[in-house]
Write a protein of this length. Structure first.
Length: 143
């Protein structure tokens, strides 16, 4: 139902994890995701812990789904001295090529406990259907 569009995206993600780099708008970090079919829907779940709901942007252009999110630093008082900072900040993005068999006009998005879940219905034309066999197509010739 979907296709990876950038073969180097996974290498970038691994390098960012090892080097602990921050994503920017011009070079966002990848976000982990799961994708699966559940009945007549295709479900894609993105991990975005600590990201505010209003910092998530979801776009669909033709069959390209783009999810972008920004995890901003928590505002601290002036007298706070940071001892350890391991939680990644910055911009995260993921693009997914959706199949023509999905109904991109009716995507449902929910955000709960740091997980963005998109439910995309399978298009009616892509669902399996029975074909009835009609009467004989041959004509009798009378002589």
């Amino acid at each position: 139902m979907l296709m990876r569009t950038d073969p180097f995206r996974e290498l970038d993600r691994l390098a960012q994890q090892v080097l602990n780099t921050t994503g920017t708008w011009s070079r966002p970090s990848a976000m982990p995701m799961d994708a699966y079919r559940e009945g007549d829907q295709y479900v894609i779940a993105f991990d975005l812990p600590g990201v505010a709901k209003d910092a998530i942007d979801i776009d669909v252009e033709r069959n390209m789904l783009t999810v972008k999110a920004e995890r901003r630093p928590v505002t601290k008082a002036d007298d706070v001295q940071m001892e350890l900072s391991e939680r990644p900040l910055g911009v995260f993005s993921r693009q997914v090529m959706l199949a023509d068999t999905l109904d991109t006009e009716h995507i449902d998005a929910a955000y709960d406990a740091g997980v963005l879940t998109l439910r995309i219905p399978i298009a009616e034309r892509a669902k399996p259907r029975k074909i009835a066999i009609g009467g004989s197509a041959r004509k009798e010739i009378s002589g």
